[in-house]
Write a protein that binds this ligand. Structure first.
Ligand code: SF4
Length: 140
């Protein structure tokens, strides 16, 4: 690995362990955002209208639609199970490969030491990691 390459240039193994840990409030992570398309998909999965979904499960801040939390966890979490897994938003699908997580110190502290999916499963190569990070930040 050359000194100009990122620390994850050889890839990172990750497979969601369905622990539900990333669905709980931890450190600066305490929000789940739903854009319009995502909210429609979650509503359809739950058999709700958008208005019903928003009334029961969402709150709004600065023009953003957020999922209500209960007892420190996303309201869609039931035990360790995401009840909207098939329609979970980009934010959840792209965990843990968010740009803010790809700083080595942040990864070590806030991801590797926290998420049991790190080090499991398939190795994601650098290009894939960066493509996911772009998707997570809306740059894709
Ligand atoms: S939507 Fe599902 S995957 Fe995303 S934080 Fe909530 S429970 Fe977890």
């Amino acid at each position: 690995m050359s000194p100009t390459e990122p620390w994850y240039a050889d890839g990172i193994r990750f497979e969601c362990a369905r622990s539900g840990k990333c669905c709980t409030a931890h450190g600066q992570y305490d929000r789940v955002y739903l854009d319009d398309d995502e909210a429609e998909e979650v509503a359809a999965l739950l058999g709700l209208t958008l208005a019903e979904l928003e009334r029961r499960h969402c709150w709004f801040e600065d023009g953003w639609r957020l999922v209500k939390f209960a007892d420190g966890a996303c309201g869609f979490l039931d035990g360790a199970r995401c009840t909207v897994y098939e329609a979970r938003p980009v934010q959840c699908r792209t965990w843990p490969f968010w740009k803010e997580n790809l700083k080595r110190s942040t990864w070590k502290r806030d991801v590797a030491a926290f998420c049991p999916g790190v080090g499991r499963g398939r190795r994601h190569d650098r290009d894939e990691i960066e493509a996911i990070a772009d998707e997570a930040s809306g740059d894709a």
